[in-house]
Design a protein around this ligand. Structure first.
Ligand code: AOS
Ligand code: ZN
Ligand code: ZN
Length: 388
């Protein structure tokens, strides 16, 4: 049995990128509830992300979304982040909130609209130069609602051309990360619905083009850890958008709906080399906190990833391989489950304390008075993020 002391050094390098939009008000098409203390500016969103890092030591980078996080001076925003102890991370593009994109962006049949969508990505690349970001993450809302509505093949060809035009503007150190999603907002066909489609497109682009796996973007019952293994094997797993879901793309706290699935995913990440210190797989959250407080919601999220990573590291891989090769099904399964059922929380608490972090970041945040302070200071928080 592997012990916590043996795996503890591997927890040192864990970094989880948090999304700026997690700190803004969000909701469903039915209602967006305002939360006291919601940031009124991009700077305040960065400050909230920095608070998550201060209490956990796990979240050194914050992902931005353009245009939600558009500011005049990204250099100043970068300095602001640096002063608070975090860096600006992935730049997420947006071609889903403009009337022109009703029938698509990068896939659109109208050259003018397609060029507008390409130009938006070129603007994102310019911003990356100022923020020092490595990754441009592209998620497309493109698709159609009715059979016959759109030329599926023609859209694939236009998508390939558009992606090539965007990719050509990236430096070798920068990456294009293409995210897939099986449905929504389009209900009949989606232009990048699955990992196979995303993989085909990024393979055509080059070495620095990879796939983003959002855990909420699959049909129910999909074996996500199998996709992880496949993408790692192809050298094409660029990043995760972690969250959890009960029904569709729920964007709930990672590990809340199915902790065992998170364990299985992290096990395959570790097994496939995606968690090695030199790995370039980015661990990000893509979540919204509709009814819970946002900073503690994010603290809970990064802790859930850390906890499940520790459990996945505890799998005795030598013993597992032996049982697998002996055809000993039940022993192999037992070894796997033993690690999953191990409560690592006391060990993690002691480990955090030994590194000058709060043993229990959730309680430490509650006791800090930070929430009360931002609620008093930030009256009238602007709605940012979805629906903005
Ligand atoms: C949408 O469903 C995707 O998960 C996107 O990754 C993301 O939520 C959005 O683009 C915000 O950046
Ligand atoms: Zn996502
Ligand atoms: Zn999503």
């Amino acid at each position: 049995m592997t012990t916590f002391a043996e795996i503890a050094p591997q927890l040192e390098h864990q970094a989880i990128e948090v999304p700026s939009w997690a700190y803004g008000n969000s909701g469903t098409r039915f209602k967006v509830f305002g939360t006291p203390g919601t940031p009124r500016s991009v700077e305040e969103k960065i400050a909230d992300a920095a608070a998550v890092h201060r209490f956990t030591g796990l979240a050194p980078r914050v992902a931005l979304h353009i245009p939600w996080d558009l500011v005049d001076d990204f250099g100043a925003l970068r300095s602001h982040a640096g002063e608070l102890g975090v860096e600006l991370g992935t730049i997420n593009s947006n071609t889903f909130q403009d009337d022109d994109y009703k029938f698509g962006g990068l896939t659109h049949h109208d050259r003018r609209i397609r060029q507008k969508a390409i130009d938006h990505h070129l603007q994102c690349i310019e911003i990356m130069g100022q923020t020092g970001s490595r990754d441009l993450k592209i998620w497309l809302a493109d698709g159609s609602n009715y059979p016959g509505q759109a030329d599926i093949l023609g859209r694939q060809e236009r998508l390939a051309d558009s992606l090539a035009a965007i990719h050509a503007q990236l430096s070798d150190e920068q990456r294009l990360i293409l995210e897939y999603k099986f449905f929504e907002p389009a209900f009949y066909h989606t232009d990048v619905p699955d990992w196979g489609t995303a993989l085909t497109h990024v393979q055509a682009l080059g070495e620095n083009a990879k796939v983003c796996l959002d855990t909420g973007h699959h049909a129910p019952g999909t074996n996500i850890e199998f996709i992880v293994a496949q993408l790692l094997r192809a050298g094409k797993l660029g990043s995760f958008d972690f969250n959890s879901r009960f029904y569709a793309d729920d964007d709930l706290i990672v590990g809340a709906a199915d902790p065992f699935q998170l364990f299985r995913i992290l096990f395959e990440v570790i097994r496939g080399g995606g968690y090695a210190p030199e790995s370039e797989v980015a661990f990000m959250l893509d979540q919204c906190h509709n009814v819970e407080k946002k900073i503690p919601g994010q603290i809970r999220s990064v802790l859930n990833v850390q906890e499940m990573t520790a459990r996945a590291l505890l799998v005795d891989r030598a013993a597992l391989a032996e049982a697998q090769e002996a055809g000993d099904v039940l022993t192999a399964h037992e070894i796997f489950m033993d690690a999953f059922y191990t409560d690592v929380r006391p060990d993690l608490a002691a480990w955090r304390e030994s590194r000058g972090l709060p043993a229990d970041p959730m309680r430490a945040y509650e006791a800090s008075g930070h929430q009360e302070q931002i609620e008093a200071e930030r009256v009238g928080g602007a709605q940012v993020g979805w629906g903005a």
